[in-house]
Structures are given as structure tokens and as C-alpha cells.
Design a protein around this ligand. Structure first.
Ligand SMILES: Cc1cc2nc3c(=O)[nH]c(=O)nc-3n(C[C@H](O)[C@H](O)[C@H](O)COP(=O)(O)O)c2cc1C
Length: 264
């Protein structure tokens, strides 16, 4: 899947409808076509891609619609975290509104060896695999008229991963001059979950004060500090543990990675 920022990749409602009808078997009432193919989200950002009247409740419950999450990627080191998080969110069926800062392209090139033509990010190329249609909606970081710029655009929250000190500083000042910072600012004002994954070391007093300001404003500062108690043997295992923490913080159900003395 390739595309310009702003492109939307819609799910095919018909294929899901046919699948649901098949698994409902002969108990299903006469199939009613989807009556409304417009996406809408409830206040928690749960996206109802379409209504399926006439499908038994237990089928609908088993196929609960995905959450909508806004994800910003900025130009801090740690592109691997961004890639792994996007990969997991996509696999979990989350609707992701993705905003990639121009500088993050440089970091992706340096750290992952992936190059994108200017202003033409490609989620499939980034993930190294095909992306399910409808799952990732790209937005241009300069497009301050995009949906996530408004607090009325519902979502379950936002994550910036990795988060540079520049993005952190802009956020702490509440200026919102890029879509990443504006969307994050909107999450804060709407009291929605905002998870920031900063990567810098050592930290100066300005960085620390910005983190304090953002914590006071309701954001979760989740530094890109991998743990070692799960005894990682590869960089991927190391990074995955951080991604587990981010998904937990976003309130996204998942079963990746190792939990300390947690058999549940
Ligand atoms: C290879 C590379 C690595 C960088 N690593 C970091 C980093 O770890 N943390 C950070 O705050 N900035 C880092 N920077 C600097 C930011 O990219 C720079 O401040 C930029 O203005 C951030 O813009 P953005 O937040 O809009 O993406 C790095 C830059 C490059 C080119």
C-alpha cells in the first residue's frame, strides 16, 4: 500500500458482512445489508465501521470494532519503536491515524535504512509487509485542517513514538504548530489519553521541566528506556517490551511480550 499523506484506505464492508454471515451459519436471520457504511466513533474512540442489523448479538460482540488511535512519529532516535508499535496496532485491528514528522524520515533512513521520497511516506514499506486496507489513515504533519487537529475528532487517545525534545517542547508550550503537536494538544484539552515516548540522554533542566509540565497537564511520559528483566537476546525483544508498556498505557488489549510473574 502506498499513498500520499491524507489518503484513506477504506475497509470493504461487504467482505466483513459476508464473513459474519458465514460464521453465523443457518441460525442467522435473513441477512440485512449494511445500512450505514459511514465510519463513526463513540466517545471512547471505538470505531463502528458500519452497522450490521440482523446479525446475532454474540457475533457482534465477538467482532467488537477496533479502537481509533492517533499516532505521531517524530525525529528522535528509536525508529524501531515506532515501527514495532505501528505493526502491533495494525495487527490488533486498531484504526490508526498516522502523522509522521519530516525529520523522522531522516532518522528512519539512518536507523532502519528505509528511504521515502519527500512527503511520501509509505506504511507498507515502513513495516516491510502489506497493510490491511482501511487500517492506517495517513495525515500530513503540515495539514492543520486534518481531522486529528480538532478535539471533536474522537479517538481513544494518542501516542507520539518516538518523541523528540523539540516535539516535547512545542507540546509543553501548547503552541500546536504542526499536526503532531496540535493533535496531541487537542487530546490534552479533551482529557484523552496522551502517551509520549521521549528519547534523549542526558536530559537538561528544560527537558525535565517540559516533562513535568506535560505530566501535570495529563500526559503520560513513557521514556524509551527498555527493561532487561525479561532477558532479551535480540534488539527486537528489547524493543518489544517497551511496545508492551506503550500498548498497556494506551489501554489497548494485547498479548505480546513478557509480564513479570503474570500468568493471566
Ligand atoms: C539521526 C538523528 C537522531 C536524532 N535523535 C534525537 C533524539 O534521540 N532525541 C531528540 O530529541 N532529537 C533527536 N534528533 C533531533 C531531532 O530530529 C530534531 O530536534 C528535529 O527538529 C525534531 O523534529 P520533529 O520533532 O518535528 O520530528 C535526532 C536527529 C537525527 C538526524
Amino acid at each position: 500500500m502506498t499513498g500520499r499523506p491524507g489518503d484513506k484506505y477504506h475497509r470493504d464492508p461487504t467482505s466483513q458482512f459476508v464473513f459474519l454471515t458465514l460464521i453465523a451459519g443457518c441460525h442467522a436471520p435473513a441477512p440485512t445489508p449494511p445500512v450505514n457504511t459511514n465510519r463513526h466513533a463513540d466517545l471512547n474512540g471505538t470505531v463502528n465501521a458500519h452497522r450490521l442489523d440482523g446479525i446475532p448479538l454474540f457475533i457482534l460482540m465477538a467482532t467488537q470494532p477496533a479502537k481509533r488511535i492517533i499516532m505521531g512519529v517524530s525525529g528522535a532516535s528509536g525508529a524501531i519503536y515506532g515501527r514495532m508499535l505501528l505493526d502491533e496496532l495494525e495487527k490488533l485491528g486498531t484504526e490508526i491515524h498516522l502523522i509522521v514528522s519530516p525529520t523522522s524520515h531522516i532518522v528512519m533512513r539512518e536507523e532502519l535504512g528505509i528511504t521515502f521520497p519527500a512527503d511520501r511516506f509509505d506504511p507498507s514499506k515502513f513495516l516491510g509487509r502489506k497493510v490491511k486496507p482501511g487500517q492506517i489513515v495517513l495525515h500530513n504533519d503540515a495539514d492543520l485542517a486534518a481531522g486529528p487537529a480538532s478535539g471533536s475528532f474522537r479517538s481513544a487517545g494518542m501516542v507520539v513514538c518516538p518523541c523528540s525534545m523539540k516535539t516535547l517542547g512545542s507540546l509543553a508550550s501548547g503552541t500546536g504548530s504542526s499536526l503532531v503537536t496540535r493533535a496531541a494538544d487537542a487530546c490534552l484539552k479533551e482529557r484523552r489519553r496522551l502517551v509520549l515516548v521521549p528519547r534523549e540522554t542526558p536530559l537538561n533542566l528544560i527537558h525535565l521541566r517540559n516533562m513535568t509540565t506535560l505530566t501535570e497537564a495529563g500526559a503520560v511520559i513513557l521514556p524509551a528506556m527498555p527493561g532487561f528483566y525479561h532477558r532479551p537476546t535480540t534488539i527486537e525483544e528489547l524493543a518489544r517490551h517497551l511496545v508492551l508498556k506503550i500498548l498497556d498505557s494506551l489501554g489497548v488489549e494485547h498479548h505480546i511480550g513478557y509480564r513479570w510473574k503474570d500468568e493471566g
